[in-house]
Ligand binder design. Structure first.
Ligand code: 13P
Ligand code: SF4
Length: 389
């Protein structure tokens, strides 16, 4: 994607503060100003300017980078990780500014966990997550109301995947539930079953099913809740029998992987190990040798013997990076067509530079700010997860 295309697609999310015009003296020097002016920054000067802007801010800034970020961005991250590792990092850093090179729900989580007056910045506000958008708070509240008509909701513990909006995390916290990530979903589900009889798992159907099944819950005790159907498309009997109620949401990147691809790669590369992200469909997770979070996938491949071959079912930037870094083993994508998370890809070096130089000029741009009430209960749900470490 060209710099211009990426920038033109950067339409802001509704209800989020938009960048304002800079009035700092640096403006006159051409440093820190409206984003459009950054379209003219020559590519070959970006690295140097980003490094200089970061150095100018010193300890005041920390850059967090998710594993799916492009190389040109993630190389500037002080901390790189999966959602769990980055949320732990966000809760621990004491820099004035946290620049989150990831997607919107991650930056929101960092703001929920921030210390005091720390400021969290998402370099491009259009870096959302289609999965998180699949559970709207109105729909989840309606689901809870419908459930209360047919079962005792005091016995249902909501568990929401990190990939959800702050409003959903807040709902979960208020109802006594917890956040989870793909690294700790089983531990959080176990925690939930120690407190209730059923789990409402939001918003990723596949992570919920893969986790529940590995914990020994039969498939027919896990039902899917379709927010567009009455009672989620279930009978009262099915709801009574269910132990896990899976929200009908998914990741468009991970849902592309198929069991046929697993069979094909095994035919083409006898002895290859297949490892997929826990957001993949049930049949893909079943066909793979291992499933895990992004961090778990990296750990498994790094721990493997040199000479081993790996087919990886996750976002392509991470797979390509592993393939480049681990030259003594063969790492390839499970899908030969490119599997890119287009929203992660929206964070470009230009956005990072723009955010850094504005901060250096005393101007906060693209701040992610969760309101106090939402923050209170969302924090409770995140703290429950973090206490399970
Ligand atoms: P991880 O928690 O494994 O980093 O996953 C986040 C994500 O969005 C995967 O699609
Ligand atoms: Fe969301 Fe999927 Fe992108 Fe992860 S890979 S951020 S779940 S759209």
């Amino acid at each position: 994607m060209s710099k211009l295309t990426s920038i033109l697609s950067s339409t802001a999310l509704v209800g989020i503060e938009q960048p304002e015009t800079l009035r700092a003296p640096e403006l006159e020097k051409g440093v820190g100003c409206d984003f459009d002016n950054y379209l003219l920054v020559p590519d070959n000067t970006l690295d140097e300017r980003i490094s200089a802007a970061k150095a100018k801010l010193g300890k005041d800034v920390v850059i967090l980078g998710h594993h799916y970020q492009r190389d040109e961005v993630v190389k500037f991250a002080d901390f790189r990780g999966d959602s769990l590792k980055l949320s732990q990092q966000a809760a621990e850093v004491d820099a004035k500014y946290v620049i989150f090179c990831g997607v919107h729900f991650m930056a929101e989580s960092a703001d929920i966990l921030r210390r005091g007056s720390q400021v969290v910045v998402l370099p491009d506000l259009s870096a959302g997550c289609s999965m998180a958008d699949m559970a709207d708070i109105g729909q989840v509240e309606a689901c809870w109301n419908e459930l209360s008509g047919v079962t005792d909701t005091k016995k249902i513990i909501p568990v929401t995947y990190m990939n959800s909006t702050a409003a959903i995390k807040s709902f979960t916290g208020e109802q006594g539930g917890s956040v989870c990530t793909s690294s700790n979903a089983a531990a959080v589900m176990k925690w939930a079953f120690e407190r209730g009889e059923k789990v409402l798992f939001l918003p990723d159907e596949h992570l919920g099913r893969n986790t529940g099944y590995r914990m020994g819950i039969p498939l027919d005790e896990m039902i899917v809740w379709d927010p567009y159907e009455e009672l989620g498309g279930n009978s009262t009997e099915a709801i009574a029998k269910a132990r896990v109620i899976l929200w009908k949401g998914y990741c468009s990147v991970h849902q592309r992987f198929t069991a046929e691809q697993v069979a094909r790669v095994r035919r083409q590369h006898p002895g290859i190990r297949v490892i997929v992200h826990a957001e993949c469909r049930f049949e893909v997770a079943q066909a793979a040798d291992e499933i895990g979070s992004t961090e778990g996938i990296i750990r498994a491949i790094k721990a493997a013997k040199p000479g081993t071959k790996w087919a990886v079912g996750t976002e392509i930037h991470m797979v390509n990076r592993l393939s480049k870094e681990l030259t003594d083993r063969q790492v390839m994508s499970l899908d030969s067509s490119v599997c890119v998370c287009t929203t992660m890809f929206r964070i470009t070096p230009v956005h990072l530079l723009w955010a850094l130089e504005n901060l250096g000029a005393g101007k906060i741009v693209n701040q992610i700010s969760v309101d106090e009430r939402t923050r209170h209960f969302a924090r409770a749900a995140l703290d429950r997860m973090l206490s399970l470490r």
